[in-house]
Each structure stands twice: as C-alpha cells, then as structure tokens.
Design a protein around this ligand. Structure first.
Ligand code: PEP
Ligand code: MN
Length: 476
C-alpha cells in the first residue's frame, strides 16, 4: 500500500472548542435514564468502552456536515428524505448478500421517488449500527420461566439461553458496523449505484407485472435521458466509475448510516472532539459511529439522559414523536436539541397510527410552526400500526401504512407545511411479515418466511409499492 507523499502538512491553527453550555460527552450520566442495561461485570464493561474509545472513527465530520446540508434542503422543501432498513439489524446480516439487497431496494425506491418528486432524494439507511432495541418489558416468559428480554445483538442473544448482557457485544457492534460500512463504501465507489449498471436496477424478483412495467418505464426513460446526455457530451463519465474519470453524480450516490442512539455508554465512547471542516478554527463534538442518530419514542424525556446526550453532538438528529407527545413538550424539546434553530438539524419522525394521525399531527405542526424551528417532517407509518396476526406474530397491514402516510401528506399540505420524508422498516429480501401490497400477501401466509427478531418489515416488493405510492402523491 502506498500513501500520497505530496500532501503538505498545514501549519497548526489556533482552534476554539465550540460546545453546548454545560455539556460534555459524560454529562448524560447525571440524569435519569430509561432502557438502561444492567451489566453483571462493570470492570469488563469499562475495559471494552476504553477499547472502543481508541478505535478509529467510522464516519468523519465532513460527511456529517454534508448530510446536515442535505437535510437543510429537505427542511426547506428542496429535497426528499428516504430512511429505511431493519427494525433490528443482526450481526448475521453483516454479509454480502443482505447488504447488497438492502442497498438495492433503497436505491430502487429512491429512483422512483426522484422520478415522482422531481427533486433530489437523501438516502439514510437504518444500517451499520441499528442493533439496540428498546423493549416494553425487561423480562418475558419462556417455557414457564421468566427470562430477560432480547435487547438487540449488541446487548444479548436472541437465544433464550444467552440473555445475560455481555459487554463484548458492544465491541461486536463496532466491528460489524465498520465491516458493513466498509462494504457499502466499496461497492458504491465501484459503481453499484451507477444507472449504467442495469443489473442493479432490474426488478428480477417482482411478481406483480404492473409494478414491473411501471418501474421499467421509469428506468427506460432515465436510461434514454442518460444516453442523450452522453450523446451531447454532458455526461463526463458515461462509462461508469471504472472508466477512470472521477465519479460524477450520475455514477454514484450518498447513502448515509443511522441508528437509534439507545446505549449511551457506546455512543459516548464514539463521541470525539474534532475539527469542523466547514470552519477549521473550531473543534466540535461529533458522534463518529454513524451519520444520523435518533431518539426513540420511549427515551425522549426532557430531563432524561438521552436528550442530554443528544443536545451536545453536531450530527443531525431524529426524534420519534407519537401520540403521547404534548405540543408544548415538543417545542421545549426542540429548544434543547436545536437551540440555534438550524434548518434540518432535527428530523421529527412522526408515528401515530392510522386512527390517531388526524388527532395529533395538526397540533404538532402548529406548535413547531409557531416556534420558529425549521425541521424535517418525516412520516414513520410503521410503528403506530403494529397488530397481532391470527397466528399471534406481530404484523402490519399495508392498507394502514398507506393511509397514515397519505393522511400525513394531506395534513401537512392543508397546514402550509410539507412532508419532507418517510421512515420505513424494510428489507431487500422476500420475507412475509406485513400483510397486503401488490403481492396481496395474506395473514395466513405470514409464517412462510417470518424472519424478524423484532418488528415486521416491508419486503422488497412491498417497499417498492410504497415508493410508487409516494411518487404518485408527489406528482399531484
Ligand atoms: C424503532 O424505530 O424501531 C422504534 C422502536 O421506534 P419508536 O421509538 O418510534 O417506537
Ligand atoms: Mn421497530
């Protein structure tokens, strides 16, 4: 391996540390915490955290600022946000085929969205770190015995015999995230997202012929447009990134990583004071474990540890908002998390359920409009619509998901606001976890390939259904 030798070392510049008032990466520790993990061996935990604290950043400030800029565009109505991925990633998903399948479905959805909305799409994957899960109960019954609940692969095992929290799993989370990101970066750099590589854009497995035809129509029209640009010399890199020219926006795309910031010890170990590339005289605190990080609906208490941690980092952040959020509480929360009122710093991910969206969304929009914060409004039509299937497993119906989404779009429009993005739990595989869609999956068929260890996800075909639905709304 060789390193460039011509790079000059810039003179040391005087820098100031810019941080939120009375905040430090450890200040969350003095606040009440929800969903905390009780580790049996504290010394072991500390040793692991020390190690994680020395490991290199997985993402760098320049990327975080680029996402901030793109989300500012979303907040101002100039771009659309697509965020999606598994409810809970497993360490086992860190393998070539599941990573490729997830990237593929996100790219294909975003292509449909770009076409429908005629605006850039910002892509954020729930990936490379989405391991920790908040649980409604700390324990559950298994064969007549009370055992600890599964808390995600970075805490304990899904196997009932492996439920004791193990700090080594935090190290596992770092390395699985890093390996996932590494592969994502490599294949994107080699042209995985290049529209000139048709195999990544084909709908091989889609059964519904209408869906396939509609999608093929978009791909054909886009390929024609690209060929035309090539003919007139406006596409400098029509041969793909392998042609040697630097990648242009037509050959590759940004895909950012995200996860719920639940295990604050881990997040703290990955919080670093680094130079702000947009202003090299300043140093700021960045979470270098992911680009975008969100607070779940269960851990967003105003005086709690999670809000305290989140208020100090430069990364763009998300907040899940459900029916229990009071409008005045939402404004208090934004005043803490977005004290400087920076457009797109906060993404509000709303998840009320189809029967409640009408009741709560208007009050939340009004409160934010009056507050002067300019947020990204994203709709998560999954988490308010979980039901029990006949077999007893958790499921979600596409009809409910569709309705919550269309109502959110309508309510935003009526109130002079706009829905900036969507947040889905999905997979690129052909699982059977949600009911309905163009493949008309039935409740009785759910057990055929029900694979999730947590919430039910849209499968490949259902995810594309959603993209077409949103694109059609955007065209109107
Ligand atoms: C999730 O996104 O998986 C989740 C737990 O969501 P919420 O915090 O909205 O319940
Ligand atoms: Mn979930």
């Amino acid at each position: 391996m060789s390193f460039p030798s011509s790079r000059s070392i810039s003179p040391v510049q005087a820098t100031t540390i810019v941080a939120a008032k009375d905040w430090s990466p450890t200040s969350w520790q003095s606040k009440p915490i929800k969903q905390d993990v009780d580790y049996p061996d504290q010394a072991h935990l500390n040793k692991v955290l020390e190690k994680i604290g020395r490991l290199p950043p997985m993402v760098v400030p320049g990327e975080i600022h680029r996402l901030r800029q793109q989300l500012a565009d979303v907040a101002l109505g100039k771009a659309f946000l697509l965020q999606g991925g598994d409810c809970a990633e497993l360490f086992d998903y860190c393998a070539q085929s599941p990573i490729e399948a997830k990237l593929k479905v996100l790219l294909q959805m975003s292509l449909v969205l770009v076409w429908g909305a005629r605006m850039p799409v910002v892509r954020i994957a729930r990936m490379a770190g989405q391991y920790a899960k908040p649980r409604s109960k700390p324990t559950e019954m298994h064969e007549g015995e009370e055992i600890l609940s599964y808390r995600g692969d970075n805490v304990n095992g899904y196997d009932p015999a492996d439920r004791t929290p193990d700090p080594e799993r935090l190290l596992g989370a770092y390395f699985h995230s890093a390996a996932t990101l590494n592969y994502v970066r490599s294949i994107l750099a080699e042209g995985f997202a290049d529209l000139h590589h048709p195999s990544n854009w084909n709908l091989h497995h889609v059964k519904s012929s209408t869906l396939r035809q509609e999608y093929q129509g978009i791909v054909d029209r886009l390929t024609d447009a690209l060929d035309f640009m090539k003919t007139i010399g406006a596409d400098p890199n029509a041969g793909g990134v392998q042609s040697g020219a630097p990648p242009s926006t037509l050959n590759t795309v940004d895909i950012f990583a995200s996860h719920e910031g639940l295990l604050l010890e881990y997040e703290q170990a990955l919080t670093r004071l680094l130079t702000d590339p947009t202003n090299p005289t300043q140093q700021k605190y960045y979470n270098v474990g992911t680009h975008f990080i969100w607070i779940g609906d269960r851990t967003r208490q105003l005086d709690g540890a999670h809000v305290e941690y989140f208020r100090g980092i430069e990364n763009p952040i998300g907040v899940k908002c459900g029916p229990s959020m009071k409008p005045e509480e939402l404004v208090d929360l934004l005043n803490i998390l977005d004290a400087d009122k920076q457009p797109g710093k906060v993404t509000l991910i709303t998840r009320y359920g189809v029967d409640q969206v009408d009741k709560y969304l208007p009050g939340h929009i009004k409160a934010v409009q009056e507050s002067g914060h300019v947020v990204v409004w994203a709709c998560d039509p999954m988490h308010g619509n979980t039901k029990q299937a006949v077999s007893g497993v958790k499921t979600r119906h596409l009809i409910d998901i569709t309705k919550e989404l269309s109502q959110a779009i309508r309510i935003h429009k009526q109130m002079g606001s706009h829905l900036g993005g969507v947040h889905f739990e999905l997979t690129g595989d052909r699982v059977t976890e949600c009911v309905g869609g163009s493949m008309e999956l039935l409740d009785a068929e759910l057990l055929q390939r029900y694979e999730t260890h947590c919430d039910p996800r849209l499968n490949y075909e259902q995810a594309l259904d959603m993209a077409f639905l949103i694109a059609k709304y955007q065209e109107k």
